[in-house]
Design a protein around this ligand. Structure first.
Ligand SMILES: NC(=O)c1ccc[n+]([C@@H]2O[C@H](COP(=O)([O-])OP(=O)(O)OC[C@H]3O[C@@H](n4cnc5c(N)ncnc54)[C@H](O)[C@@H]3O)[C@@H](O)[C@H]2O)c1
Length: 452
């Protein structure tokens, strides 16, 4: 007798395509997160398409070029030989099996979540959705975004009347949805990206399993959680933990300076404890797209629940004050030399928000430069990663990198970002006065150094 063929479900089909490395992966947002993530899929032989609204980025990638310092053009060219292409045309979304969204999630001027990029992306994807596709959001955001913001747009604006697979929608006219946070630490080469466990929360069991299977192909370990909201909250917990602990050491640094205690020495001693202590280091203020921004996504959401996130607010207050503290310390150091900030020639070393990276976003150096200029100082900067600093959402500088030469001409050299390329002994030797916000001159004994 003829045995009826078993019907393969949509999720079984996608699962099989993932396992065979045939699933076509589309990554939306070819930035610091999306581009390296996409390259991992390409290295694992998945057909990759990168989507971006920035025509310049699309053209650069298709010409085999790179615009991210730590990604050499040869990596892009290798991916191109494996079939990688970039596109600004969302119609190609229909050809994808899995779509991963890595678009920005900044704050608005009034420090509220700006979900406009996620909304625009969901609206652009929706008309091209197919049954059985997997859509994963990676952008950092408040708990509830995937389910409350993204899914309704995808469901409401797709032409086929598809619904997201969920406990209520167990049929086959569905697409699958998950959230999986990006957990990268830019500039940290001690942990390979593949070794950072990938947290995944699916809208239902099928979506969670598919997203886990997809990420298991490129990450060595996947951590499933029960929902997109749990995955969204995991990322925020991690960043709030950093933000609060950095604020704690920043505040203790201010006290230690007054008491004549070297807090860096104290942290080094404390971190010898084999349990219960993790070191965080003080600095000139928070930078980057994550730590100064993400916690406020949660405080905004908390207000809808009549809840005040006091740790976040306090940490924000302390960290925001740090560039002002640095400028006051520069003023005091100059005063010791019988000089005023007004008219002083000041060289800022390092404008990236942290060591050895080419990212300016929210960098405290930008605030410090603007504050010094307001005081009448004549400011120049040097940074091996930035030949020019122009205009951003919150700064208007239009400055060119000055050579790291003739340091004696400056009234004060300020170490804002402790890039490892710098020869700090030489900097101290050749400068009249060095204000060090990072303890980069540790071990150098000189009356010219003011640590702040
Ligand atoms: N950079 C990091 O180290 C890091 C780490 C963890 C999490 N994150 C999070 O990842 C997300 C992305 O950050 P990033 O640093 O990669 O940002 P980015 O600005 O470097 O890249 C975002 C890219 O998205 C593109 N884009 C914007 N709108 C688009 C649209 N509608 N369609 C297609 N492309 C669009 C932009 O042109 C840009 O190339 C953010 O939510 C961020 O908080 C970043």
């Amino acid at each position: 007798m003829h045995k009826p063929a078993k019907t393969i479900t949509l999720s079984e089909r996608l699962r099989a395509r993932i396992e065979a490395r045939e699933a076509r992966v589309g990554v939306i947002g070819m930035g610091y997160v999306g581009l390296p993530l996409g390259l991992l899929f390409s290295e694992e032989k998945f057909p990759l398409t990168g989507f971006d609204v920035d025509a310049k980025k699309v053209a650069t990638l298709n010409e085999g070029g790179s615009y991210i310092y730590r990604i050499p053009p040869t990596d892009i060219q290798a991916a191109r030989t494996r079939g990688f292409a970039a596109s600004a045309d969302y119609a190609h979304i229909a050809e994808m099996d899995a779509v991963i969204i890595c678009v920005p999630t900044p704050l608005t001027e009034s420090r509220e979540p700006d979900l406009s990029y996620i909304v625009a992306t969901a609206e652009a994807i929706a008309p091209h959705l197919r049954a059985g596709q997997l859509i994963v959001l990676e952008s950092t955001t408040y708990p509830g975004t995937t389910e409350e913001v993204m899914v309704p747009i995808l469901e409401g604006k797709n032409r086929a009347g598809l619904k997201a697979a969920s406990a209520a929608n167990t049929g086959e006219d569905v697409f699958f949805v998950a959230f999986s946070p990006e957990r990268e630490d830019p500039g940290n080469d001690t942990v390979a990206r593949r070794d950072i466990p990938k947290v995944v929360g699916g809208l239902d069991r099928r979506a969670g399993e598919l997203a886990a299977a997809l990420y298991r192909s490129i990450f060595n370990s996947v951590v499933p959680v029960s929902s997109p909201a749990a995955a969204e909250m995991t990322k925020l917990l991690e960043n709030i933990y950093r933000c609060v602990n950095i604020a704690l050491v920043n505040e203790l640094k201010l006290l230690s300076l007054r008491m004549g205690i070297d807090l860096w020495e104290v942290i080094d001693a404390a971190k010898t404890k084999p349990f219960g202590f993790q070191p965080f280091y003080p600095g000139p203020g928070l930078g980057g797209h994550c730590i100064p921004v993400d916690p406020f996504y949660l405080s905004w959401k908390a207000k809808q629940w009549d809840f005040q996130t006091r740790f976040i607010e306090l940490a924000g207050e302390i960290n925001t004050a740090m560039p002002y503290h640095v400028v006051a310390a520069i003023g005091r150091a100059l005063n010791q030399h019988k000089k005023a900030l007004n008219g002083a020639r000041i060289l800022i070393l390092g404008v990236a928000y942290k060591r050895d990276i080419d990212d300016l976003r929210e960098s405290p150096a930008l605030t410090i430069i603007e504050l010094l200029q307001k005081e009448g100082a004549e400011v120049k900067y040097h940074d091996p990663y930035f030949a020019y600093v122009g205009h951003g959402r919150k700064y208007h500088l239009d400055m060119k990198c000055t050579p790291l030469a003739d340091l004696g001409q400056y009234d004060c050299v300020v170490i804002v970002t402790d890039h490892s390329d710098y020869d700090y002994a030489r900097i101290v030797r050749e400068s009249q006065l060095v204000v060090d916000t990072r303890n980069a001159t540790r071990g150098i004994d000189s009356g010219k150094i003011v640590r702040c």
